[in-house]
Write a protein that binds this ligand. Structure first.
Ligand SMILES: C[S@@+](CC[C@H](N)C(=O)[O-])C[C@H]1O[C@@H](n2cnc3c(N)ncnc32)[C@H](O)[C@@H]1O
Length: 358
């Protein structure tokens, strides 16, 4: 529960939470090790009435008695596993969710494979406004974006699973909401990544064209996908680094779509990008922005996950952006000259759909 007042929590519970936080990296890494060694999935498959001995856990994981003992003792203390009277072990509800819940897995792998090591450089990142944690993967890029396709396999998989999990689920819900406004014949998908949205459009509306506007590296990945689906006549790419001074946007299209794109930039950069869009778009075209706003979440844990993941942008992605709050965002688009035509919260998992006109 998000506390509103100092006395909303007892001293005992406050101290417990503080201590839990103090040792949480140990618990997190123990779960990561249990996952890598097959123990998490083993508990995930067990019913609440089943049990497993330490010897069996050693056989499953290939770890020795010492290694399994330290992991399992912490798992018991952290309420992940129950120690039975006969010294065997059974799963708790928490380990069932850790092992089997898709959203928890996507979040866990994103923390573990992509962010954990780099988050150690958070303070330096915040002090300098640069993603100092990125150096665990590369020292040749100033942001993570041109490096996405070159990340080590586990980190790349975790990044794309996280990105796709949160945005794929909303495409099918948002497309009917967007097309309810009018029929769009040509969509510019800025930050279109590997083309997932473009493919969803091609499926949804048989005569709508899509131009994916993204960095050259992402456009190459998108082109492969477009080719695989035989959609070269419906979807094309427009490689550009939108932050470069010489960057230009295409002067076509009746919808400018940006999904989980603007959170990759600082407020100043967003102002520049949206001003470019404002100047490139025709009077009767529309802008659709799909974003995750920290202040628009329907429950405390969703807010916590969003605010926590903002620090990925600080330490790993670019050092200057975040998941924003809706009020600052709306103020900015109105300052540029856009009219908020419609704003729909709680669309799909955690998203807000903003429709803007000139
Ligand atoms: C978080 S992803 C969002 C992808 C997709 N729109 C979605 O909803 O899943 C952000 C996208 O913005 C692109 N991007 C980041 N910086 C960029 C830049 N300076 N110029 C063009 N594209 C950029 C990235 O390559 C990436 O594909």
């Amino acid at each position: 529960m998000t506390q509103k007042n100092y006395n909303d929590i007892s001293a005992v519970d406050a101290l417990k939470t503080a201590q839990y936080l103090a040792v949480s990296p140990f618990i997190f890494q123990a779960v990561a090790a249990m996952k890598k060694k097959g123990l998490l999935s083993h508990f995930g498959k067990m019913s609440k009435n089943e049990s497993v001995t330490k010897l069996e856990l050693c056989e499953i994981s290939g770890l020795n008695d010492y290694a399994v003992s330290v992991l399992i003792d912490l798992a018991v203390a952290a309420d992940l596993v129950i120690r039975n009277d006969d010294n065997s072990f059974s799963p708790t509800k928490i380990i069932h969710y850790l092992a089997n819940d898709r959203m928890t897995n996507v979040n866990f792998d994103f923390s573990s494979e992509l962010c954990y090591e780099g988050l150690g450089y958070l303070t330096e990142s915040l002090q300098t406004g640069t993603p100092k944690g990125l150096k665990v993967f590369t020292s040749s890029c100033s942001t993570i974006y041109p490096y996405l396709s070159s990340l080590p396999e586990n980190a790349r998989k975790a990044w794309f699973s996280f990105d796709h999990y949160y945005s794929d689920n909303v495409f099918s819900v948002m497309l009917p909401l967007v097309f309810k406004e009018k029929h769009f014949s040509h969509i510019n998908d800025i930050g279109g990544n590997t083309g997932k949205f473009a493919l969803a459009v091609a499926e949804y509306s048989k005569d709508t064209k899509v131009t994916i506007i993204d960095l050259p590296q992402q456009c190459e990945l998108a082109k492969d996908n477009i080719r695989k689906h035989g959609l070269e006549d419906r979807i094309d790419t427009y490689p550009v680094n939108i932050l470069e001074e010489s960057a230009k946007l295409p002067n076509q299209g009746d919808l400018w779509w940006m999904s989980q794109f603007l959170d990759c930039f600082s407020m100043d950069q967003i102002e520049e990008i949206l001003t470019m869009v404002y100047n490139a778009m025709s009077e009767d075209s529309m802008v659709a922005i799909s974003e995750v706003f920290g202040d628009k979440q329907s429950n405390d844990i969703a807010s916590l996950v969003i605010e926590a993941n903002s620090l990925y942008f600080s330490s790993m992605a670019n050092g200057v952006s975040r998941f924003y709050h809706s009020d600052e965002f709306v103020n900015l688009v109105e300052k540029i000259g856009f009219k908020v035509h419609r704003m729909m919260d709680h669309v799909g998992l955690a998203h807000t759909l903003l429709l803007l006109t000139k």
